[in-house]
Design a protein around this ligand. Structure first.
Ligand SMILES: [Fe+2]
Length: 200
């Protein structure tokens, strides 16, 4: 017979695996980012994520169980997609916007999972565990919000940089323009940039 407790413990094990994978993956995201603000944000969230692993161990113990990990296929898939996105946009002004989109997909998945786990812990009568899960949920939502803010205020605008027609932007050949970046002109001169700023 499968009970809510079984479901809860399985999802907790899935989340435990996911958080440990994120601790390994986040330094690679920091390395792939070219924006110091984004690097700082991911570095701070990495520290929080290490804390989440420890908090989840406490939650296991609050249910009288030893921490165990169950392979989180969703996180594996999102991280794989993230690696592909980072690689295909490497060296281009869009790279930070791309990395933020990857990070936000992961955050949204985390927010959904922690919301369920917190609710189930409450229903199972374990208020202490529910409070710990709620605390993680608050941190994940804050991380997602900061990513959105950075995308809006900086990374999406950088990503709007257009090809420099006079320099013959050629993505396939990787030709460099006179500002040293591959086929881009300063974002502030572009029509798309002006439209983005005026709509904020
Ligand atoms: Fe997170």
């Amino acid at each position: 017979m499968r009970t809510l407790k079984h479901l809860f413990m399985d999802e907790l094990a899935d989340r435990f695996d996911a958080e440990k994978r994120l601790v390994i993956a986040m330094p690679k995201m920091i390395e792939a980012a070219t924006c110091t603000h984004l690097q700082k944000l991911i570095r701070a969230h990495l520290k929080e994520t290490v804390g989440h692993v420890k908090t989840l161990e406490k939650v296991f113990r609050l249910f009288g169980e030893r921490p165990r990990a169950k392979k989180c296929e969703a996180t594996i898939g999102l991280l794989k997609e993230g690696e592909e996105i980072a690689l295909s946009n490497k060296g281009w002004p869009v790279v930070n916007a791309a990395l933020i989109s990857v990070a936000q997909k992961l955050e949204h998945y985390e927010i959904a999972t922690y919301g369920c786990l917190r609710g189930w812990a409450r229903l199972l009568g374990n208020t202490e565990a529910a409070d710990l899960l709620q605390a993680i949920l608050v941190v994940e939502k804050a991380a997602n919000h900061e990513l959105s803010e950075l995308a809006r205020s900086r990374s999406n605008i950088e990503a709007l940089r257009e090809c420099e027609s006079t320099d013959g932007c050629d993505e396939d050949k990787g030709i460099k323009s006179k500002n040293g970046q591959r086929g881009v002109r300063p974002a502030r001169t572009s029509r798309a940039y002006r439209m983005a700023v005026s709509s904020r």
